[in-house]
Design a protein around this ligand. Structure first.
Ligand code: RB5
Length: 149
């Protein structure tokens, strides 16, 4: 089994519609979407959803993760507690490219109450298409990993 074309999606209750729109877009780009919910608008706890998605990435089941909550901040904080995960919140395409190129981010977080659907889809595409630059950035990323735990 290869994780190279699998991407996990999760959110809290505040971001279900945007998460589903992102899922459709990402699938159209050729990714296998692993949407782990939730599916109802009932209030739910973003740390649990951030952790669940992060574990799919950290375990190697999925190459990337995209997570959402109202601001993108809380769910990002939870995901970054999982060893091996590097997740950034992005509300612009430049940052989405840079967290791949310089930080080798494996997860992207978006605030559903911050960005509209059109920009969110552009952010996702920027994140998924930018390669890690390596070179001088590699030891810095390794330093982040050394801080885990
Ligand atoms: C939920 O109301 C909200 O707190 C959550 O979606 C997120 O913004 C937390 O960081």
């Amino acid at each position: 089994m290869t994780a190279s074309n699998r991407i996990v999606l999760s959110s809290d209750h505040s971001a279900i519609a945007l998460r589903q729109a992102i899922g459709g877009h990402v699938a159209a780009l050729g990714w296998v979407v692993v949407d782990i919910g939730p599916t109802t608008a009932e209030s739910t706890d973003y740390p649990a959803h951030g952790e669940a998605a992060a574990r799919r990435v950290a375990s190697g089941d999925c190459r990337f993760g995209i997570i959402l909550c109202g601001t993108g901040q809380g769910i990002m904080m939870a995901a970054n507690k999982v060893k091996g995960v590097r997740c950034g919140v992005c509300a612009d395409t430049f940052s989405a490219r840079m967290i791949r190129q310089h930080n080798d981010a494996n997860m992207l977080s978006i605030g559903a109450r911050v960005v509209g659907e059109g920009l969110a889809l552009d952010i996702v595409e920027a994140f998924l298409t930018a390669p890690f630059d390596g070179g001088r950035h590699a030891p810095r990323v390794a330093m982040i990993g050394a801080l885990d735990g």
